[in-house]
Design a protein around this ligand. Structure first.
Ligand SMILES: CC(C)(COP(=O)(O)OP(=O)(O)OC[C@H]1O[C@@H](n2cnc3c(N)ncnc32)[C@H](O)[C@@H]1OP(=O)(O)O)[C@@H](O)C(=O)NCCC(=O)NCCS
Length: 163
């Protein structure tokens, strides 16, 4: 039986909890990195981070959604990250977070929601398909590391510059 879970928007006070869950998602993140990133994201009305929390306040899941603008297509919303803590999976929390995301997207006047998911996350694909998504394409992702003038990785500077 699922504990009582509620959904709210994230605040800066959630940065440590979000760091832990990001690490669980496979992206090792320190509380400071998380706070820097949250500072940028929470400042923008084109992004939302929603958290699921228990009656005692413990955060057990988060989802980040943002509005994506392209020259060649109408705006759509994209899920940037989504995780429920291991011990609380399969209890309907992901479903509740997704419903809250959909409400935010609709309120933003957007009618398409996209999520990209690693090809080996087979269970996650089942989750999205059960909740109404259908696979539209497969892609390869190409990354390139760049340095700023100061020699730091660009992402370190960006998190502070855009805060
Ligand atoms: C994907 C994730 C967020 C789903 O959260 P969740 O709280 O476990 O999902 P729910 O309990 O709301 O599941 C809703 C429905 O999805 C389906 N589903 C969820 N997880 C599933 C799994 N592992 N295998 C098969 N079906 C699954 C079921 O139909 C489920 O309903 P049911 O339990 O009544 O049968 C969670 O599993 C997770 O954090 N996974 C690891 C990180 C990840 O892959 N994130 C997404 C990156 S794109």
């Amino acid at each position: 039986m699922m504990d009582a879970v509620d959904i709210r928007s994230a605040t800066m006070d959630d940065s440590s909890a979000l760091a832990d869950l990001s690490t669980q998602l496979g992206y090792p993140t320190s509380p400071i990195q998380s706070a820097n990133r949250l500072g940028v994201i929470l400042d923008s009305n084109k992004h939302a981070i929603l958290v699921a929390y228990l009656a005692d306040g413990k955060v057990v899941g988060w989802v980040h959604v943002f509005l994506a603008f392209r020259v060649e297509s109408d705006p759509f919303a994209e899920i940037g990250g989504f995780v429920v803590t291991k011990e609380f999976r399969r209890q309907g929390i992901g479903r509740c977070l997704l419903a809250a995301v959909e409400e935010w997207v609709i309120q933003s006047g957007i009618t398409k929601l996209r999520v990209r998911s690693r090809s080996n996350r087979v269970d996650t694909h089942t989750f999205f398909e059960r909740l109404g998504f259908s696979k539209s394409k497969q892609q390869h992702v190409f990354d390139k590391s760049l340095k700023t003038d100061a020699g730091h990785p660009a992402s370190v500077d960006a998190a502070t510059r855009y805060h």
